[in-house]
Design a protein. Sequence first.
Length: 815
Amino acid sequence: MATSLRRREARKSIRGQRALAPVLIAAFVCGLGCAAPYPTTLLRDGERAYYEGRTGDAELIWLEALADSEAYGDDDPRLAQSLRMLANLQIHQGRYAEAQPNLERWLLIADRRGETRDYRYADALDALAGVEVMQGNLARAVTLYERSVEVRENSSGAGGSSLAQTLENLGRTYDATGRLAEAEASLTRAVEIREASLVRNHPSLSASLHTLAAFQQARGRYAEAYPIFERALAIARSSRTRDARSHATLLWQAGSVARAVGANAEALESLEKARKLRTKLLGERDIETAVVVNEIALVHAQQGKLDEAAQRLAWVLEIRTAAFGQDSAPVAATLNNIALVQRYAQRHDDARETLEKALTLLDGRRNRLAAAIHTNLGVLDRLQGKPQQSEEQLRLALDVQQQVLEGDHPEIGTTLHSLAESLLMQGDAEEAAIQLERARAIKERAFGPEHYEVANTGALLGVVHAVRNHYALAERDLGQAIAIWEKAPSHDPLPLAVALVDLAQVHRAQGRPTEAADLYERAIPIFEAQLGANHPTTLRVRQNAAAARAARNGGGDAIQRHQAMLEAARRVLPPGDPKLAQPLLALATAQLERGRCEDAGPKFAEVVALLEKQASREPRALAFAIGRRADCLVHQRRHAEAAPLYRRAIALLEADSRPPNPREFSNLTGNLASVHALLGQWDLALAAYEQSLELRDAMLPGDDPELAETLDGLAVLLVRQRDYARAERLLQRAMGIHESADRVNPVAFGHTLSSLGLLYASQNHMDAAETTLLRALDLLEPALGSADPLVLETRREYDLVVRARRLGAKKVEGL
């Protein structure tokens, strides 16, 4: 999420202290010269001079009145009046240090006289608190405001509006001191008081709502701020006495929040009104007008109107450079937003250059803007295939954000989401899941549960669950994300299409080809419209759809469909064109899955040749094709030929600068270990299985079924070496993985049980062996049939165990 100047300006309420003077002391100033119980000629003359604008004369007159009254002692009512009037004048002139002792002296007099329950006393407390704020003494200001609230609550002459105003001032001061829960309570109570004491469309109620909404906006709680801004705007529209400048600010902030919650049409309507009003009041090139134009540009960026966004941001950059200087923070904020648009336009190198320039302008400062720039740099690193550098940038951003923002601020959620993407690229699905759960909770609080940002994070969390084989959780989270996108369609429907494909993959893994095929069919038109009918992604989704339909129909037409796609590609592409590799690979994979290795093998070889001809070779695609070619050879029992191919595929992935896909890499290493075992190369097999287990332990979740497969294979070799204790530990661990899976794979689980039964038999634990082997047969025979080699081997071992037990029983009877 971009950090822009508007967010800092939205929090200037007390932190930019001098801007608060009119608000903080208004209650005291109003009527200071009114209703002196014992008026004198001097006090009246001073009051008249003040209202006529002759402030110098007024001050001299009141000083004379003060001197006269001091001669009669503190009980003279003229003394208090003179002190109040002088303080009023000094506050209006910004002479806070001179006003402070006069206010404190007046309050001491009121304390001695017992006049501490009067609204005038509360007014003076408010004024003194305002002076303390101006001087940066926020802790004392809080104490004074709290005392004023108590006085107003117990004063018979207190008006509801005065109490509400004091609560708002107290809320702002709480906010400035980081007491956010108390700030929210004070501002909310101020709104409630105005609602109860004023007519529904009173301007003061609109202003109070505006204050509360701006507070929630600054905390990143956009879903809560949005309806409050809507109420404030509705009241302001019906008011004939609204202040134009305040209304422009209300329109701008309301538009900003509307953009945050995805209400782009409403956002543009409010922002355009704010721009026109500020242009009329301040001029087109004023910095406050530029703030609104900056926000309009961000709306255009969200809508995919990147040229319009870029043009407006270039204009904002020009204005801010002229106003603040080219090395200023506002310029850095604008550059950050420009880089965001460049990234959306796939101009990654330009975006990086812009972000690095922006970071240089901050000169090492660790603030909210710096964190946003580091987040955007981290996203760029990930997009450019550098996940480790990405993680470093994102953790740096997170460290800064956790120091300067609330823990549930949406910018933290954005950084956590991006960090999870980088972790997933590096194979750390477990931490990625933790970060995504936190990111989703933050985004739900900030944007509401049906916002597209929540869908983005939920969809990625679904993918992480799928990688960890938690298919039920994956189905839940992907389904929720799809429902959000379908309910509120975005200008960019590609995330929806990707989520449909991801959910289809989950259904295929669950053995639900019918649902998978339907999801692919829903995704294909989106990819065709957004990427083109012949885009590699579109073609791949079509091929997956064909495979799912084939599985649904028993596999009868998958090969024919892929054959038709290949023939269509050959008609439009010249022989030897590398683009033929994709349809060839799809057809060969379908043939391999149907056991037609005599047909698939030559096609895999052709794919390898095509990929090797490419000027910019893609090592991952080449490694995949070589690995599938080796799989074909294993199916044909040509194990000696398969081993070097597996080794070559592994070497390609190890040489690639990007981290390998953990599942693909572990499959290759595991298959190589199996081939060594099938060749009787026990030492090589043992070493390869040990390497495979180390890799899979590091790359895969602890409950991944492929990890169980490696544990099983290594355990069988350990039984051969009579290392029964370690073999049993590995097999028990594999059993735990199978038993915890959402959906049991009967073949894999049955194989582990068969291996464990063999282990028990080798140790002469015949009771345990018989029970375990019988469980294995109960799983394997329905899944594979009684003639399958694994079933036959398990059945033979079971019969031997049963026979051995019977012989043992007879020996016991003979004894």
